[in-house]
Design a protein. Structure first.
Length: 161
């Protein structure tokens, strides 16, 4: 099986690579975990996994573990921001016909502490333009309480020079 970068290059763009994964007949979320999340050490460390993947949509889950806790037994805010960045970014990948993308701006509101897992993060694309895309995310605890909300802008890379 190709690496994520090889797949994107051979398909001519991120969204086409994701369409190729969908067309394989296998679960797109699991194949995305295999192709993409497996090569990102930070996501392996957190233990986050994509559970659903759709056009302009991504849903991820992660559990509480000692490595992501801060004092007081809460999920560290930096971990929450990382998961929000990831889930919005993956939602944007599903509509990005370019070869890469970068977070340009990210804002997060922490509404409640994340204490009880498993935690769910849902990312959605709000708007995709020619060079920028805007997305939002919500993070829920194991009791389905909204704990964090984020919004961000991604720069879409059309081709590498």
């Amino acid at each position: 099986m190709e690496t994520w970068g090889e797949l994107v290059r051979s398909m001519g763009g991120i969204s086409r690579a994701i369409d190729h994964i969908r067309a394989s007949g296998e679960d797109p979320a699991e194949l995305f975990n295999k192709y993409f999340l497996a090569i990102e050490p930070i996501y392996r460390y957190i233990g986050v996994r994509i559970k659903e993947l759709g056009h302009g949509y991504a849903k991820a889950e992660f559990d509480m573990k000692d490595e992501i806790k801060r004092w007081g037994g809460l999920v560290h805010g930096g971990v929450v921001m990382t998961v929000i960045d990831m889930v919005i970014g993956i939602a944007i990948m599903t509509v990005n016909d370019g070869v890469d993308q970068y977070t340009a701006e990210l804002k997060v509101n922490f509404l409640e502490p994340l204490k009880v897992g498993p935690f769910t993060a849902i990312g959605r694309v709000i708007r995709r333009g020619g060079t920028l895309a805007v997305g939002e995310a919500e993070v829920f605890d194991g009791n389905n309480v909204l704990c964090a909300k984020g919004i961000g802008t991604w720069f879409l890379v059309r081709r590498r020079g």
